[in-house]
Design a binder for this molecule. Structure first.
Ligand code: SAH
Length: 250
């Protein structure tokens, strides 16, 4: 297992967007926040080891590839921007993870809004995710003692959805579509959102209306660099909340 400092320096080597698109709210999560987020998911909640991670709005792979560094079994990276996907692929090659990832070009918003085909598309997506996960289930390399624990838990591999979605500055409700897709295809969600009371009330109600619940909220600072011309400062700290979201019955 990496020390946090080591992890941060590897995360820094994961390349960022070349020409970030403001319409897609492309912001690379800074390395320290990425490490904090994944420690929360993987160490505090033990939700990475041997699990299938689905990264929604994967960008160039900061969150998703780092989840592999912390022991996730495989990664399904969902993104709509081909330029970002290309960099993600290069980043995966550089880290030696190319066999562990599936990069899917999906526009989350279109997927969710297109209700006519919603059930069918979700079924297809679930199948694709399931068959990729299966490939990795067959080659367990766990020693017997862990295997025993694994059997007792009876739940791994779970599908863990992680995301730092668009906050909805450019397109209203963008984060809502991401949550909706996450609830349809995964077993558990860890999602980063702007920290404020209105958002907290909204997200709690939104997931509740879909049969899920907010289990816990963990606040952290995001360090946003000078990316777009409308940014006045070279760096800005933004308070964000990491939501752990589970199906109602868990
Ligand atoms: N997860 C990355 C990028 C976060 S920025 C990181 O943490 O560094 C948000 C990402 O969501 C961008 O890569 C953007 O291209 C993607 N995105 C925005 N709208 C999208 C949509 N409708 N469908 C899929 N991806 C989208």
């Amino acid at each position: 297992m990496f020390k946090k400092k080591q992890l941060i320096s590897i995360i820094e080597s994961i390349k960022s967007f070349k020409n970030p698109r403001v319409d897609l709210e492309q912001y690379t999560t800074d390395a320290v926040s990425t490490a904090d987020f994944l420690y929360f998911v993987g160490i505090d909640n033990n939700d990475l080891t041997d699990n299938i991670v689905i990264d929604l709005g994967a960008g160039t792979g900061r969150l998703g590839l780092s989840s592999l560094l912390l022991g996730a079994k495989c990664l399904i990276a969902i993104e709509c921007d081909p330029n970002a996907m290309k960099i993600l692929h290069e980043n995966a090659l550089n880290l030696g993870f190319s066999k562990k990832i599936l990069i899917m070009k999906i526009d989350v918003e279109k997927y969710v809004i297109n209700k006519i085909n919603w059930n069918e598309s979700i079924k297809d997506l679930r199948l694709e995710i399931g068959s990729f996960g299966k490939k990795f289930e067959s080659k367990s390399i766990l020693p017997p003692i862990d295997k025993h624990l694994d059997q007792m838990e009876q739940i791994k591999p779970e599908k863990i959805c992680i995301m730092n979605p668009p906050f909805g500055f450019q397109k209203r409700n963008a984060d809502r579509h991401f949550l909706k897709l996450g609830m349809a295809i995964s077993d558990k969600i860890y999602s980063i959102h702007l920290s404020n009371e209105k958002n907290r009330r909204f997200i709690k109600k939104f997931v509740c209306d879909n049969g899920w619940r907010v289990d816990s909220i963990h606040s952290q600072q995001l360090n946003i660099g000078h990316i777009y011309s409308f940014h006045r400062k070279s760096r800005k700290l933004i308070l964000s909340d990491i939501y752990k979201i589970l199906p109602e019955l868990q």
